[in-house]
Design a protein around this ligand. Structure first.
Ligand SMILES: Nc1ncnc2c1ncn2[C@@H]1O[C@H](COP(=O)(O)OP(=O)(O)OP(=O)(O)O)[C@@H](O)[C@H]1O
Length: 380
């Protein structure tokens, strides 16, 4: 087929970037007067693992449920594999069972009266797959999640982690292109969660699935996802690879939510930027910032301890906590001479060397790792 013919066909049917496995555009949801989601745009290329991360109530689950077809948007469209499955303007709405996706929920949602085999086979039955093929595919899906031979067991006889593996097998057994995960590991203890999140990421990648993964656990999102959308108040405030979020958080709120370090108020005095509440001049931001006040993130990755007198500023160790392979050292900086009674500025610094509370230390700052935010409205 010629390029012109392909273009003509796409335009006539539904102008869609063929590259997206799922695409959400201009999505909004309101309950009465309450805006739960506002202007959400998101496009996932095939094979992409996208996490939705944010505090409780920010709208993660609501967004996932709209993609799943469990909720209808008030505004905007959802496309899966190029086909429109929800469009608020026309009222078009494709029910969940016809969206060709798998889902894994926090509470496993296994049917207690069915065996493990019966649970995993259910999506295949819904699709009218014959019994002998169902058996083979169920066996394969169970083997993929490490539960080969569990067909005849009942859900009640399995541990929480095993039950969630069954739910994962059920979500992938019909080989959907898109799998939606809603906090799938949050009922499990930390050790199991860490292990299963790695296994899950490997499984999703090996099968070439596209995944949308809701979590409020930053470690889980960073370990699993190609990109992480940080949500706040019904919006996506930043969507980027984990490394990019850490290196360049979009605003002070993202920096604080990701626990990268404190954002302090900086003021421009006599042409130099200084911390407002400490005796510390900073190298200027690479791009000039308008105004006389700004926020500056002093992330742990931008700071290093130095010998007294050898750093760009001096401080006193408040505490040093051993974290297994490093110390996390809290250093209180000296206040600026002209301040009345400022809140002391405390920095968290990673150190390989042991230091003791009360010790005087120097602090070095890597200027290229400082992150500046324009405007005076900063949390500190
Ligand atoms: N049926 C409903 N009617 C009114 N408000 C609702 C309804 N369902 C959810 N909400 C509100 O929508 C907001 C977003 O809820 P949602 O469950 O999407 O958040 P979340 O980010 O997934 O939070 P959590 O991590 O706690 O599950 C919340 O403030 C919630 O109270």
């Amino acid at each position: 087929m010629s390029q012109t013919a392909i273009r003509a066909r796409n335009t006539a049917a539904d102008p869609l970037p063929a590259a997206s496995a799922v695409e959400v555009k201009g999505l909004a949801l309101t309950y009465g007067q309450n805006a739960i989601l506002r202007q959400i745009d998101l496009a996932l290329p095939p094979g992409h693992i996208q996490a939705l991360l944010g505090p409780s109530g920010c709208g993660k689950t609501t967004l996932l449920r709209i993609v799943a077809g469990l909720l209808e948007p008030t505004q905007g469209t959802v496309r899966i594999q190029g086909a429109v499955v929800a469009d608020a303007a026309t009222g078009l709405f494709v029910p969940p069972e016809r969206r060709g996706l798998g889902m894994v929920f926090q509470d496993y949602a296994l049917w207690p009266h069915l065996t493990i085999g019966g649970n995993v086979a259910f999506p295949l039955e819904m699709r009218g797959i014959p019994a002998h093929e169902r058996r083979a595919r169920v066996a394969k899906a169970l083997a993929l999640v490490g539960l080969a031979g569990f067909e005849a067991r009942s859900p009640a006889s399995l541990s929480g982690g095993q039950q969630q593996r069954v739910a994962i097998a059920r979500a992938i057994v019909a080989e959907p292109q898109l799998v939606l995960f809603d906090e799938p590991l949050s009922n499990l203890d930390k050790e199991l969660r860490d292990q299963l999140s790695m296994e899950l990421a490997a499984l999703v990648r090996d099968l070439g699935l596209t995944a949308l993964y809701v979590t409020h656990d930053q470690g889980e999102a960073f370990a699993m996802a190609d990109s992480v959308a940080i949500m706040r108040g019904g919006r996506i405030v930043q969507n980027a690879a984990p490394e990019d979020l850490v290196a360049a958080p979009a605003d002070a709120g993202v920096a604080e939510f990701l626990n990268l370090g404190p954002v302090f108020k900086a003021v421009r005095r006599e042409g130099r930027w200084r911390l407002a509440d400490a005796d510390l001049a900073l190298d200027p931001p690479s791009a000039d910032i308008a105004g006389e006040e700004a926020g500056v993130l002093l992330a742990r990755r931008a700071l290093a301890l130095a010998a007294p007198g050898a750093g760009v500023c001096e401080g006193r160790v408040v505490q040093a906590v051993f974290r297994g392979d490093h110390y996390l050292v809290t250093v209180q900086l000296a206040p600026p001479p002209q301040a009345d009674a400022p809140a002391p500025v405390e920095l968290a610094i990673v150190s390989e060397q042991r230091v003791r509370a009360g010790e005087r230390v120097g602090v070095n700052i890597l200027p290229e790792r400082l992150r500046w935010f324009a405007g005076a409205a900063v949390p500190h």
